[in-house]
Design a protein around this ligand. Structure first.
Ligand code: APR
Length: 313
């Protein structure tokens, strides 16, 4: 048992693996919720039975009843549908918006003081929706995308240069998806600028592979999408919050004029601590990087406008 509790909504691939990582990192007790009650209960029971061999003394409960999340300091929202053949982007957007709205209502009811970390795609739009529907302070609602995209970019660079990924620093900003903005100018290997190691052409090809990183995994898995690296990225953010580490990470955060953007969620560097987004950090961006960030935010805004027109916000 811990005196810290975290709720994970959605006990699918990402949610189940998040629960596992939270326990294995000894971060908190876990409440795992899914509309498919048996899935959440079954995974919770399975994870409880790993406690003896993994050596964690933490409680994990699962089910479909939201009263289980009561008392959680943070809620990670992974529930939603993934895009099926024949489904348009707009279909996915409206259906996940309906799911997320229902979940946020339950969070408001059972843990009105919690921090919400959104994972459900389309990420930046779902995070905006969660912020508006919850009525929580902007600091307490943010989304995971950039840590994952940056981790992918760091891995591809590390693999190419045969160095440990931990020796590669990189920030990927912008919306999650095709419009992500890798900051090549801020990318370093062993503290040295990346262009000392790789040509522009080589960097471009690693940027492209990062941009297509999710799709590459989908095409290999055939069913479902990535979950090991996504859940790891979520836990990196969660740990910075629960331990008040104040790490600067790329986070989908609410913008109020930072980077010249307003009333939109978009991936930017942010300091994560016990209050959530403690500060949006303004890096010096090149004119091209800033323009790419604005293009990316424009796409997010189009999704938000669609939800507004459909009366879902
Ligand atoms: N309430 C609770 N759980 C729900 C609801 C709901 N209203 N609707 C769906 N779910 C659950 C499903 O039952 C399923 O178990 O959400 C879970 C989603 O799990 P997966 O289908 O395995 O999807 P996953 O790979 O975990 O991805 C979840 O994270 O990275 C994003 O794009 C991804 O939006 C997707 C989300």
């Amino acid at each position: 048992m811990s005196d810290i509790k975290v709720a994970v909504i959605g006990a699918g691939q990402v949610g189940g693996t998040c629960a596992q990582r939270i326990l294995e990192r000894r971060l908190a007790d876990v409440a795992l919720i899914d509309i498919a009650e048996g899935l959440a209960r079954g995974k919770a029971l399975d994870l409880s039975q790993a406690a003896a061999t993994e050596g964690y003394d933490l409680k994990i409960e699962g089910g479909s009843d939201y009263s289980l999340i009561k008392g959680s300091e943070a809620v990670i929202v992974t529930a939603g549908l993934t895009r099926k053949p024949g489904m348009t982007r707009e279909d996915l957007l409206s259906q996940n918006a309906k799911i997320v709205k229902g979940i946020i209502d339950s969070i408001k009811k059972y843990c009105p003081e919690a921090i919400i970390i959104m994972v459900t795609n389309p990420l930046d739009i779902m995070t905006y929706l969660a912020y508006k529907v919850s009525g929580f302070e902007k600091e307490r609602v943010f989304g995971m995308a950039g840590v994952l995209d940056s981790a992918r970019f760091r891995f591809f660079i590390a693999e190419r240069l045969k160095v440990p990924p931990a020796e590669v620093e990189a920030f990927v900003l912008g919306g999650h998806g095709d419009s992500m903005v890798p900051l090549v100018g801020h990318t370093k290997v062993k503290g040295r600028p990346i262009d000392e190691f790789l040509s522009d052409y080589e960097i471009d090809s690693l940027v492209k592979r990062t941009r297509d990183g999710g799709a590459e995994i989908v095409s290999l898995l055939k069913t479902g999408s990535a979950f090991y690296a996504p859940s790891s990225a979520v836990c990196e953010m969660l740990e910075s919050v629960l331990k008040d580490k104040n790490e600067v990470l790329p986070v989908s955060a609410y913008l109020e004029r930072q980077y010249g953007l307003e009333d939109v969620y978009c991936g930017v560097p942010a300091r994560l601590g016990s209050d959530g987004v403690e500060e949006v950090v303004e890096f010096d961006l090149s004119a091209d990087e800033l323009a790419a960030l604005h293009r990316s935010a424009k796409q997010v805004r189009e999704g938000i406008d669609y939800l507004k027109k459909s009366h879902l916000i």
